[in-house]
Design a protein around this ligand. Structure first.
Ligand code: JFZ
Length: 442
């Protein structure tokens, strides 16, 4: 009897340990590897929040109450939306996946959910947008990731009392996280049951319950019970990758790490104090203009050159670039976005080899550019040829057997002495990026 009890105790202990420990499935590891090779995705911030033309935070910024904001659902009727064209655009540009907003902080659900009336089926449009995009992604062979906000500016059961945002929505009811957690689980179950294979879930909003970025104590004011949420996702779709935009070191159960508006290891936005993981795939997200959701007044479009620079630098740090567009309320994608994306696509047609499936370079980005590598090839991206040559100190390969321009195979002069390589960069063209291939021997 005593032994029996002991055995029971030991197995209970073992079970608990096991429950805490997350071991990604084979399909999940495969998905991570696919993701790391993909390098380029399209982020889409779109929904009724696009209507006022002031970005996706409009409810909070204009201090709109739940009651007044709800009116938006009566005018969301995106007559120019074409799921096939969205997916084709991403594909033509050389993007390998789409990350779609399914529900942002304003709580609007872009699919036919049973768990909230504030959803696409109750708009004049009455068509399930997540379904249309998912079907097209599967048909056209591009992967679908889903953005899902943990933060909600409408619901009483969300712990709004301790939240930093959503203070003006006129909520009075007491929060109840047990109920809110169940709501999220119900919605995630719908998303992971009715829309085919999902590449990953992109969580956001954790930071609503923490001290500001940079503060010493970044612990959350509530227990989100991520263990329950994450294990549900991995149970429904084991390959589905989980990422959480909490700007902290990845939590147990997460499958990729994301950075916002900064390359891993950089922090110009003041949002990225976390160190880059050396185990998980990395992703950094950016917008073409300065806004995520459609913004009528924002014309600060980044140039195609700048965007290509970001893609190259992200790759050279081993990270994907998730590049955002905020379509118009009608569903039209403005030409300023289309043109820049097309420019990136043309560049990738020629230079894709130096981006897809590459690993981080052996040195971090430099003032002249950066390096990506794949098997026995180094891709030296000369983004700004400052001098007639670049010097690569501590060159980690024994020999360079060939050096040439990726574009046309034209030989490039080089030397390798005392572990220091010198590559000639006196090009007389104005290419955005003169990619030099070095074939090396270990
Ligand atoms: C979040 C969202 O709030 C934003 O609307 C967009 O979807 C972006 C991709 O992700 O951005 C953040 C993240 C963190 C903070 C603010 C906005 N923060 O820490 O205050």
């Amino acid at each position: 009897m005593k032994n029996f009890l002991l055995l029971g105790f030991i197995s209970l202990l073992f079970f608990n340990l096991k429950a805490q420990e997350y071991k990604p499935s084979d399909s999940n590891l495969k998905q991570r590897a696919w993701f790391s090779d993909a390098r380029f995705g399209l982020f889409i911030h779109w929904g009724p929040f696009s209507i006022p033309g002031s970005g996706e935070w409009v409810m909070n910024e204009r201090k709109l109450t739940v009651h007044n904001y709800t009116n938006l659902k009566d005018f969301f009727n995106p007559i120019d939306f074409d799921a096939a064209a969205y997916v084709r655009l991403a594909k033509n540009v050389g993007m390998k996946y789409i990350t779609l907003i399914t529900r942002h902080h304003d709580g609007f659900s872009m699919w036919a959910t049973k768990y909230s009336d504030f959803n696409i089926m109750n708009t004049p449009y009455k068509k399930d947008i997540v379904k249309m995009i998912a079907d097209e992604c599967h048909k056209q062979g591009i992967q679908l990731y889903l953005y899902y906000s943990l933060l909600d500016w409408r619901r009483d059961d969300y712990p709004w009392e301790t939240g930093k945002t959503g203070k003006f929505s006129g909520r009075t009811g007491k929060s109840d996280y047990t109920s809110y957690l169940q709501f999220m689980k119900n919605q995630l179950t719908e998303l992971l049951t009715n829309y085919g294979e999902i590449g990953g879930i992109w969580f956001d909003g954790h930071w609503d319950q923490t001290n500001p970025e940079g503060a010493a104590d970044r612990s959350s004011r509530i227990d989100w019970k991520y263990g329950e949420i994450y294990s549900l996702i991995h149970k429904l779709q084991p390959q589905c990758m989980i990422g959480n935009n909490h700007h902290l070191t990845p939590f147990a159960g997460e499958d990729f790490q994301m950075f916002e508006r900064d390359l891993p290891g950089e922090n110009t936005s003041g949002l990225s104090f976390q160190e880059a993981s050396d185990k998980l795939p990395l992703e950094t997200c950016e917008t073409i203009s300065n806004s995520w959701g459609y913004n009528l007044g924002d014309t600060s479009y980044k140039s195609t050159k700048k965007l290509i620079n970001m893609l190259v630098k992200a790759s050279s740090l081993g990270a994907n670039l998730l590049l955002n567009i905020g379509p118009m309320p009608s569903g039209k994608i403005q030409p300023e976005f289309q043109n820049r994306l097309a420019g990136m696509g043309e560049w990738l047609n020629v230079y894709g080899e130096s981006i897809y499936g590459t690993k981080a370079g052996f040195i971090k980005p430099q003032s002249w550019g950066s390096i990506t590598q794949k098997e026995n090839k180094l891709y030296i991206h000369i983004l700004e040829a400052k001098n007639a040559s670049v010097l690569l100190a501590k060159f980690p390969f024994k020999k360079i057997s060939k050096a040439y321009l990726l574009k046309d195979g034209k030989p490039v002069k080089y030397s390798l002495k005392n572990s220091s390589a010198e590559i000639q960069t006196n090009f007389s063209n104005n290419e955005i990026d003169n990619v030099i291939v070095l074939e090396v021997v270990k």
